[in-house]
Design a protein around this ligand. Structure first.
Ligand SMILES: C[S@@+](CC[C@H](N)C(=O)[O-])C[C@H]1O[C@@H](n2cnc3c(N)ncnc32)[C@H](O)[C@@H]1O
Length: 203
């Protein structure tokens, strides 16, 4: 399919999408917010006063949601891209896989945190298998980081794609966490390989 045909299809899909419309009415920056909301309702993730790290946060809808649901808590959000300021959030622009930025996050909290969430994804290459491999690598990196930064009863939530890296990621998660679930929210498009891994309690 030609590039301008793909983008026309994308625009039409966005117009018809109920989550896009709902996010505009409710003041969220992206339809992605309904994925973290569904995860939170089902797995009871966020509570007042928690400390949360949001990886791959731009344009910021997950951070907006977390901020509302942890009230007096603390959030640090990182992305390669700049995104508009969100009140009460420590925003960092940089590559999370770079140690300098990991250290910035760790130094900001100065202590272990309650939750690490990651919606990180690479720019799509057009090759679904490659996209899933690259995004799988980001998920593994986020999981290893969460092992270093989470409290013992902490929680890790990450985007994961069904694909060649899926089993490897799941078996790594089982070695690190006591409880592991894979969940596809209704807000995650049916034709996408996207799923989420919800991990609780470090071993
Ligand atoms: C699907 S978007 C996140 C949407 C976000 N959860 C929201 O609700 O607005 C994925 C983001 O991951 C970011 N990303 C990809 N690789 C990254 C990296 N190495 N470090 C930081 N952010 C990264 C991208 O820049 C992109 O903004």
């Amino acid at each position: 399919m030609k590039k301008n045909k793909i983008s026309k299809n994308w625009i039409n899909k966005q117009r018809r999408d109920i989550y896009v419309r709902k996010s505009k009415v409710e003041g969220y920056r992206s339809r992605a917010v309904y994925k973290i909301q569904e995860i939170d309702v089902k797995f009871k993730i966020f509570k007042n006063g928690m400390s949360v790290i949001d990886l791959g946060a731009a344009p910021g809808s997950w951070s907006q949601y977390v901020s509302k649901n942890i009230k007096s808590g603390k959030i640090a959000s990182i992305d390669l891209l700049d995104f508009d300021k969100i009140e009460n959030i420590h925003q960092i622009k940089g590559d999370f896989t770079n140690y300098t930025y990991k250290k910035k996050i760790i130094d900001y909290f100065g202590d272990k945190v309650d939750v690490v969430i990651s919606d990180m994804a690479v720019n799509t290459t057009g090759n679904k298998d490659l996209d899933s491999i690259y995004t799988g690598e980001l998920c593994m990196e986020a999981m290893n980081f969460s092992r270093e930064t989470l409290k013992n009863n902490g929680k890790f939530i990450s985007k994961i794609f069904m694909g060649s890296t899926f089993n490897e990621i799941l078996s790594a998660a089982k070695k690190i966490f006591k409880e592991n679930k894979v969940f596809k929210p209704l807000a995650s498009r049916k034709d996408s390989k996207e799923n989420f891994i919800i991990c609780k309690y470090l071993r």
